[in-house]
Design a protein around this ligand. Structure first.
Ligand code: ADP
Ligand code: ASP
Ligand code: MG
Length: 412
């Protein structure tokens, strides 16, 4: 590359650093940027499978473990890769050192397990970068106000990388992963080759895609890129020359198709209360106790019935189902319902696109397509640039394929 020297943050996910050979490969990619004259900070994830193993051990010992100890344990995976990559870089003759969250320090909120980054002091690191030293930063971790190690929620290394890029005033943030960009849908769910890589995606669309289930970027990393205007790219560690996908402003996208992408999430559960009184205060009586129990309620529908009673259905994260049911049962005297039903075998499928604003009929196409496939829609929710439906989990793949095709997203 002959471009003028830049400050770059490169992030490598779990598959990219899965073993020693791959860590060597990452070191070579980093060296390439250093040799081109750039200042480089690298953010690494734990080796693939490592975080799951650590989470598993913690849960095995105690399902109701202390969240601070959870963070102490699960943050360890990134410490190992940061050290290994620093060693691999030194072995290639590149000056490098590892940085753990607390050493920088990446200051976070006290929400252990899903902490938010509050501040990253950049001057010390910028000095080292200017001297030509590569900073190898352990992703996913920080230090909370309580002086304990914190982690940023699963997939959080993306957020570490974008936040670091914002703090350092980097020219760009490159997220290297196991796919060569953001696709029209998860390339793993479509028959080989049908999903298409997007050259560009608007921040708003990527935000919806991520929060509606596309795990290619953690939602908070997209928020951070959008707010701090960090030029962020997603590209493949194994084929970086393919170019990847750039997150950009809506104005930078010339051709605004009605639907840009399709996301799905199996992480859903549905709760229905039968025969609740249709009167003021009922929603508060139901959703108040859920909020107090820390449950995030997503989609909601209420049917009006003639005898003053109504059925109310809503969704929560599948992992929060038991807690939600317990909270509702406890508040049952105040709510007053006839029956409480739940279903954990549901999934949410969403179509997303900024072009939707200008193209009426996107919802109708979605509903008709699902109807033709005999897929029943249980709940619907919409925003300006997305339509989500809740369906039986067994139909997720069928639904995504049919929608991908009807909106003209299939690769030729
Ligand atoms: P990393 O370990 O590098 O952070 P992740 O597994 O977190 O990687 O994210 C990459 C994965 O995201 C891909 O392997 C792919 O299966 C999944 N994914 C889901 N939706 C999409 C999408 N729309 N485009 C690309 N990848 C997607
Ligand atoms: N290692 C962490 C996880 O698996 C963070 C990350 O990979 O982004 O969730
Ligand atoms: Mg990830």
């Amino acid at each position: 590359m002959s471009s003028k020297p830049q400050k770059i943050v490169m992030k490598f996910g779990g598959t990219s650093v899965a073993d020693i050979e791959r860590i060597r490969n990452v070191a070579k990619l980093v060296k390439g940027e250093v040799d081109s004259g750039h200042q480089v900070a690298v953010v690494v994830s734990a080796m693939s499978g490592e975080t799951n193993k650590l989470v598993g051990w913690t849960k095995e010992l105690s399902p109701l473990h202390d969240a601070r100890e959870y963070d102490t344990i699960v943050a360890a995976g990134e410490q190992i890769t940061a050290g290994l990559l620093a060693v691999a870089l030194s072995a290639l003759g590149v000056s490098a050192r590892s940085w753990l969250g607390w050493q920088i320090p990446i200051k976070t909120s006290d929400m252990h397990g899903s902490a938010r980054i509050l501040d990253i002091p950049a001057s010390q690191m910028n000095e080292r970068l200017a001297q030509g030293q590569v900073a190898v930063v352990a992703g996913f971790q920080g230090i909370a106000n309580d002086n304990r190690i914190s982690t940023l929620g699963r997939g959080g290394s993306d957020t570490s990388a974008v936040a670091l890029a914002a703090a350092l005033g980097a020219d760009r943030c490159d997220i290297y992963t196991d796919v060569d960009g953001v696709y029209t849908t998860d390339p793993r769910i479509l028959v080989a080759g049908k999903a298409k890589r997007l050259e560009k995606i608007a921040f708003e669309e990527m935000l919806e895609m991520a929060s509606l289930g596309a795990k290619v970027l953690q939602t908070r990393s997209v928020e951070m890129a959008m707010v701090h205007r960090v030029p962020t790219r997603v590209l493949s560690t194994f084929a970086p020359e393919k170019g990847g996908t750039l997150l950009c402003d809506e104005e930078d996208i010339v051709e605004k198709n009605p639907v840009t992408g399709i996301a799905y999430s199996r992480d859903e559960a549905k709760i229905t209360l039968l025969q609740v009184a249709d009167k003021p205060g009922i929603a508060a009586a139901i959703f108040g106790p859920l909020a107090d129990a820390g449950v995030n309620v997503d989609m909601i529908v209420q049917n009006i019935s003639e005898d003053g009673k109504t059925n109310l259905t809503f969704t929560v994260g599948r992992a929060e189902l038991d807690r939600s049911l317990a909270a509702i049962e406890k508040a049952s005297p105040e709510i007053g319902y006839k029956k409480l039903l739940s279903d954990a075998k549901v999934a949410k499928v969403s179509v997303i696109g900024i072009g939707m604003r200008a193209h009426p009929g996107v919802a109708q196409t979605m509903f008709m397509t699902l109807a033709e496939k005999g897929i029943n829609i249980q709940v619907i929710s919409t925003s300006e640039i997305k339509i989500s439906v809740l369906i039986a989990e067994e139909y997720v793949e069928l639904a995504v394929r049919a929608l991908h095709s009807i909106y003209g997203l299939d690769a030729a």
